[in-house]
Structure formats: structure tokens, C-alpha cells
Write a protein that binds this ligand. Structure first.
Ligand code: NZQ
Ligand code: ZN
Length: 394
């Protein structure tokens, strides 16, 4: 196990009815005037908006609103939010929604405290020193932004979907996790969330670092829990136990509890960000296409690790004579699992996607600072990226 520091100072208020505590949590973390950020309207239909605004009013906290945040959030809303925060003298951001809303709030928080363009943090021009505090009321178990040190925004100028270098300064001060709010998710979004959290675990699990037995087992427990809970939540959207497991798994998958002390990969995420930049697909859907193809490309690098994944996560029988068979079976089971959840698993199932775009996606990636190589389990250069993406064209 490698040396590490782990600093994750987010308060989690978990369970039915916890949104009522929003106002007091804002006060506790020093907020007095709030920008309430949310998306396209799901929070008004499922009661989350009413509960949060009632709590802010009860606590006597005035708030302005920034709504209409779209999935794969764009820079335009970040600039708009920064302007409102400055004009109105707001001092706290409340993100009500999923990863797209939370990341928009995080980007507004860091941008409002900086004299230059907020995009400087994404282009690597400057480092994040501080941010306005962000609180979260989560409505979809997926991206893990409610506990994470990252933030992903698409800049409209160049359609660049980039993340910041990891920074503890952007971790939310608090996150309210009420599984009830996720019961209104359509099956497709529930499935996208399950894929994303599995990807967050796999990006850490497939590591070259030896002697990380505890985090290996934590990863496997999380993966098995998602494999068990996601179909239940899709079959019965009001299955509270399944919704609760998914919600906490999504947080644990990405606040780095399972990633400490080991090299992490992130190659599938890097390639997926090109897919969602090109086709505006849901992040989880893009990952369902890319991740099995990445696995097929790299599994020979460590056949035993992939065989263990197959045995521990999908209960496959170990073929001791030919562990390669077990490794490949595990990848096949993963793809079948995604398919059973209703996810696309080939490039052509993503609306608008075509294999002729693969070289363009590789070129687009070059615009990113330190664009190539990426990944650490196996280093991925332009040729390898193109080959993996061709592997999605089944
Ligand atoms: O806009 P509304 O109407 O709210 O609809 C949303 C949106 O269309 C809907 N939704 C959310 N909660 C709902 C609901 N619909 C019904 N009932 C509910 N309770 O779901 C749709 C997707 O929302 P979004 O916030 O985009 O989903 P997600 O949480 O998957 O976030 C995806 C974004 O996060 C980034 C992704 O790249 C993508 O941009 N990521 C952020 C990370 C981070 N900051 O740590 C890590 C991830 O790897 C990821 O890259
Ligand atoms: Zn992700």
C-alpha cells in the first residue's frame, strides 16, 4: 500500500426526511445568503424543491435561484451563477440535484472566489486555493460528486468536457442523501447511475499497486452491492432498501475511501468524456459502452486480477487451468449486466455516434493539457485509444 493522505470533511445527513435540515446545515457551515442551483424540473415534481425551500425559509435564509442546469453541464450557467453571486453578495451554494447540478455549483463556488476566468482551473492555468462553500441535496445516486474532490464542466467554446485536478477545496460541506428522492428516477437514469458508480470503483480496483487487500475487498463489496441493488430499484422504483444501498454506494464509490494507497486508472472515464462531449450522451451510458471494451483491451496485463473480478463480483467459477477464460467471462458478464439494465453497450447504440468519429475524438483529446498518455493500469496513447474505441463498434 502506498502512503496517502485522506481528507474528506463532508457531513452526510442520510435518510428519509433529511432535507428538512438544509437550512440549519447552511447556517452551521456559515451561510447567510444562498444561491440555490437545480436542473430542469425533476426536483419540483418529486417534492425535493418544496422541502429544501421550506427549510431555508424556516431558517430565515434568503436565496436566489439558478435553474435549468442540463446534464453534461455547460460553462454558460457557471458564468451566469458567478455573476449572480457577486451581484447579490451571496455566500453559500446549495446544489439540489445530481452530478451536473453539483458540479455547476462547485465551479461557481471556485470561480466566485477568483479574479480570473473560472476555466483557468480546468485548463491548468491556476490552482484552486479556495471556494465558496457548497451544500448538496442529492437526487440521483450516480456521479458521487456529493462527496468527491472533483468537478466536470463542458466549455461551450470548443465543446471541451474537462475535469479539474482533484482538490479537497471543492468537497461539499454537507450532503443530504434522502433515497426517497431517487424513487422518481426513470429506469434509464437509475441504470446510468449504477454504471457510473461501478466505473468509479473499477477505475480504482484495476491497479498495479500490490498489497491493498482491504481496499480490494471494499471495492468488491461495493460492486456486489450495486449488482444486487440496481435491478431491484429498476424493478420496483420505490424499493427503499435498494435505493438506500445505491445512494450510499455511489458516495463511497467516489469519495476515495476505496482509492487510497493505490494507483488509480481513469482511462475509461477519459474516453467517455469524449463520447459525452461529442454526442451529449449520459455519462453512465457512455461508460457502459467504453468500460467493457477497455477491459477487453487491457485484461492480459493482469489476467488474475480480472479473473478475481469475475469470481468475486459475478460469482463465476474459476478456471484454474485457463484463468484467461474466467477473466473473459467476467467481462462478458459485466456487459450482459449493463445490457440487462437497459444500457447501450456498443457505439452505434449511442444516438448520433459513428465509428468514423473515432479519429476526431482522439484529436479532440489532444487539446486537453497532458492529454496523452492517460491511464495507469495500462498507459493509453492515441493509437490505443482509437483501438479501444474501435472495440465498441460491435
Ligand atoms: O434536470 P432534471 O430535471 O433534474 O433531470 C435530471 C437529469 O436529466 C435527472 N434527474 C436527477 N434526479 C432525478 C432526475 N429525474 C427524476 N428524478 C430524480 N430524482 O437525471 C438527469 C441526469 O442528471 P445528472 O445530474 O446529469 O446525472 P449524474 O448525477 O449522473 O451527473 C452526471 C455528470 O456528472 C459528471 C458527469 O461527467 C456528468 O457531467 N461527473 C462528475 C463527477 C464528480 N464531480 O465527481 C465524477 C463522475 O465521474 C462524472 O464525470
Ligand atoms: Zn463517472
Amino acid at each position: 500500500m502506498d502512503n496517502f493522505t485522506f481528507y474528506s470533511p463532508t457531513l452526510f445527513a442520510f435518510g428519509d426526511g433529511q432535507a428538512q435540515t438544509t437550512g440549519s446545515l447552511v447556517r452551521r457551515f456559515g451561510g447567510s445568503k444562498v444561491l440555490l442551483v437545480y436542473g430542469g424540473g425533476s426536483v419540483k415534481r418529486n417534492g425535493a424543491y418544496d422541502a429544501v425551500t421550506a427549510s431555508l425559509k424556516e431558517a430565515g435564509i434568503p436565496f436566489q435561484e439558478l435553474s435549468g442546469i442540463q446534464a453534461n453541464p455547460r460553462s454558460g450557467k457557471v458564468y451566469e451563477g458567478i455573476e449572480t453571486v457577486r451581484k447579490e453578495g451571496l455566500d453559500f451554494l446549495v446544489a439540489l440535484g445530481g452530478g451536473s447540478v453539483i458540479d455547476t455549483a462547485k465551479a461557481i463556488g471556485m470561480g466566485a472566489e477568483y479574479d480570473g476566468d473560472f476555466w483557468d482551473f480546468f485548463s491548468g492555468k491556476t490552482k484552486i486555493e479556495r471556494s465558496l462553500p457548497v451544500g448538496v441535496i442529492l437526487t440521483i445516486a450516480a456521479a458521487g460528486s456529493e462527496g468527491s474532490d472533483s468537478c466536470v464542466i463542458t466549455h461551450e467554446n470548443g465543446n471541451l468536457k474537462w475535469g479539474i485536478p482533484k482538490s479537497d477545496a471543492v468537497r461539499p460541506k454537507f450532503s443530504v442523501l434522502d433515497p426517497r428522492y431517487t424513487c422518481s428516477l426513470p429506469p434509464y437514469q437509475t441504470a446510468c447511475g449504477a454504471v457510473d458508480m461501478m466505473a468509479h470503483i473499477c477505475e480504482r480496483y484495476f491497479s498495479n499497486t500490490p498489497d491493498v487487500a482491504l481496499t480490494d475487498r471494499l471495492c468488491e463489496a461495493l460492486l456486489k452491492t450495486v449488482v444486487d441493488a440496481a435491478p431491484k430499484a429498476i424493478a420496483d422504483t420505490n424499493d427503499y432498501a435498494a435505493r438506500a444501498d445505491l445512494m450510499w454506494a455511489g458516495m463511497l464509490a467516489h469519495n476515495n475511501s476505496c482509492g487510497v494507497g493505490r494507483a488509480q486508472d481513469w482511462a475509461s472515464h477519459q474516453m467517455e468524456h469524449e463520447l459525452s462531449a461529442f454526442y451529449d450522451c449520459a455519462h453512465g451510458a457512455g461508460l457502459a459502452v467504453v468500460m467493457p471494451a477497455w477491459m477487453e483491451y487491457v485484461y492480459t496485463h493482469d489476467v488474475m486480477r480480472f479473473a478475481r473480478f469475475a469470481v468475486e463480483v459475478f460469482g463465476c467459477e474459476m478456471d484454474y487451468a485457463e484463468p484467461k477464460n474466467t477473466a473473459l467471462l467476467g467481462i462478458r458478464r459485466l456487459r450482459e449486466f449493463f445490457r440487462a439494465l437497459g444500457m447501450p453497450t456498443t457505439l452505434k447504440e449511442i444516438e448520433g455516434a459513428k465509428s468514423e468519429d473515432i479519429p476526431k475524438m482522439v484529436e479532440h483529446r489532444r487539446e486537453k493539457p497532458n492529454g496523452f498518455p492517460f491511464g495507469s493500469f495500462v498507459k493509453i496513447g492515441p493509437e490505443e485509444m482509437a483501438e479501444i474505441l474501435r472495440g465498441t463498434d460491435l
